[in-house]
Design a protein around this ligand. Structure first.
Ligand SMILES: [Zn+2]
Length: 79
């Protein structure tokens, strides 16, 4: 599955960003995984180049909290 920017999922009305440049951002972990665990951790989220700045300063939050803040910011932009 290709990476999906979480901010883009909140701003469906915006022009689609064709960039395929994605960066993974790690937020505050809320789950302890065993050392042998592999996969996509719940605190890691993908951001496209356009939305990567939105993650700045939010990495002390859990991914869920950060997603809420980002969604709020994107909703404000629209208003
Ligand atoms: Zn995006």
């Amino acid at each position: 599955m290709p990476p999906k920017c979480i901010a883009c999922t909140f701003s469906a009305t915006k022009k689609h960003n064709p960039s395929d440049e994605f960066t993974v951002v790690y937020f505050r972990p809320t789950v302890d995984y065993p050392d042998s665990w592999t996969g996509h951790p719940e605190n890691a989220e993908w951001f496209c180049a356009e939305h990567l700045p939105l993650a700045e300063g939010l990495t002390d939050l859990s991914a869920l909290e950060a997603a809420k803040q980002i969604r709020a910011q994107l909703t404000q932009d629209k208003a």
